[in-house]
Design a protein around this ligand. Structure first.
Ligand SMILES: Nc1ncnc2c1ncn2[C@@H]1O[C@H](COP(=O)(O)OP(=O)(O)OP(=O)(O)O)[C@@H](O)[C@H]1O
Length: 254
């Protein structure tokens, strides 16, 4: 479907080939994909279909083998290492399934660190980190090490860390994968609220309930885009009907 929304990311003829010895594996094959500003885009697909690989390339976390990636109309796949690190620090936020907080830094320090890496002043970082700690309901946890907090608190800290530089796009790779049900819902509620306030979100998930948060769903199969659905902004009432259409598209039973 042609969209009137602005493409914040454009990927053209994207390929990613992994080599091991003389073997080559084509994890992403000729993908053409736009990600629209303000959308909550969800990527689903079977294990090994290439979701994480695609997310890495769209976010500049990994190199493309062939193809082009444009972010806000600027080509990023030709960036050198320094330009790419700068791009990642300032323009995107990344939330990992495995959370990946630095174990020896406090929750506050983990959240603040990318602010300093991006070159913000101590005053700016302190204000933003303090606001985010409040918004993510982490007051009282900020001087603890990650190991002294719950999984849900750690993932909320990881979201705060991803937001510290006010990125244009937040990428989340199975952000609820290591959480219990209630913690997962809390994280999805935060991402949904951020998106309602205009934040572009791109999330990979295996969970159909989590995928119901999408206003655009993309299904990947064998490294290719295999289907797409569009929804209105998330409304809890729509979940049962959304679950059914998402299930039929993902399972190929539609
Ligand atoms: N560094 C690598 N070297 C070789 N093959 C890789 C590498 N990383 C991923 N692959 C392969 O590429 C394919 C896509 O992997 P990817 O992690 O993108 O899949 P995924 O859809 O995110 O899977 P999952 O849902 O299980 O996380 C898989 O077959 C995987 O084994």
């Amino acid at each position: 479907m042609k969209s009137t929304k602005r493409a914040i990311i454009r990927a053209s003829n994207l390929c990613r080939t992994y080599s091991s010895g003389s073997e080559q594996f084509h994890a992403i094959r000729n993908v053409n994909l736009d990600i629209y500003e303000g959308d909550f885009t969800v990527i689903m697909g079977n294990s090994g279909s290439g979701k994480s690989t695609l997310l890495y390339m769209l976010s500049g976390l990994d190199r493309v083998s062939v193809g082009e990636v444009y972010f806000d109309d600027q080509r990023i796949d030709e960036n050198n290492e320094k330009e790419m690190a700068n791009f990642r620090a300032r323009r995107i936020g990344y939330i990992y399934q495995s959370i990946n907080l630095v174990p020896d830094l406090t929750i506050y320090e983990n959240i603040a660190l990318p602010g300093y890496i991006a070159g913000s002043s101590t005053k700016e970082v302190t204000k933003k980190a303090t606001d985010l700690i409040k918004a993510m309901d982490l007051e009282g946890q900020q001087f603890r090490l990650p190991s002294q907090t719950s999984g849900g608190q750690q993932q909320r800290a990881a979201i705060a860390r991803a937001l510290i530089n006010s990125p244009e796009v937040i990428f989340a790779d199975e952000p609820t994968g290591s959480l219990n049900y209630d913690q997962g819902v809390a994280v999805l509620d935060i991402l949904t609220e951020l998106n309602r306030n205009g934040q572009s979100v791109v999330m990979v998930t295996h969970d159909i309930k989590a995928a119901c948060r999408a206003d655009r769903l993309i299904v990947i199969r064998d490294g290719k885009v295999n289907g797409e659905l569009h929804f209105n902004k998330y409304d809890e009432q729509d979940v049962p009907s959304r679950e059914a259409v998402i299930f039929s598209l993902v399972s190929g039973k539609g």
